[in-house]
Ligand binder design. Structure first.
Ligand code: HEC
Length: 113
């Protein structure tokens, strides 16, 4: 009986840990970020309408370069600011994305090489 209980507790602990790891892992965040990207960003940054006043830059390798296309430093903070406030013809997303959304989006953008 005691051994069974111990085993049950051990199993419960292992599955709780596994669940925690999945929920917190960067890849789960990046995966959610990709969904947000497809929903909010891809229509311009992946497949831009030809009549846009300014063609949006491709975002692959965004964080590998030292500077963003605008010349601003390629940091998380700067990209966050761009998405929250918008940039010239790029719309602001402050009303549409939560802090967690932004974290997930950033995690996804970091996976683009
Ligand atoms: C309506 C079209 C449109 C949408 C939607 C859009 N963008 Fe943009 N984005 C642009 C344009 C245009 C620029 C170039 C702005 C400029 O330099 O004048 C840009 C620039 C950027 C830049 C480069 C900023 C810099 O400093 O050079 C980043 C990063 C970016 N967008 C990320 C995103 C993300 C993330 C999303 C989704 C949340 C998104 N954009 C949605 C049009 C769009």
């Amino acid at each position: 009986m005691n051994r069974m209980m111990g085993y049950a507790i051990f199993l419960a602990a292992v599955s709780a840990l596994a669940l925690l790891l999945t929920a917190c892992s960067p890849s789960a965040s990046a995966q959610r970020g990709q969904e947000l990207f497809d929903l909010h960003c891809a229509s311009c940054h992946e497949d831009p309408p030809p009549d846009l006043k300014k063609q949006p830059p491709k975002l692959e390798g965004l964080f590998q370069a030292k500077y963003l296309p605008s010349g601003a430093p390629a940091t998380d903070q700067q990209v966050r600011k761009t998405v929250i406030e918008g940039l010239r013809t790029m719309p602001a997303f402050d009303q549409r994305l939560s802090d967690q959304d932004l974290n997930d989006l950033l995690a996804y953008l970091h996976t683009l090489h």
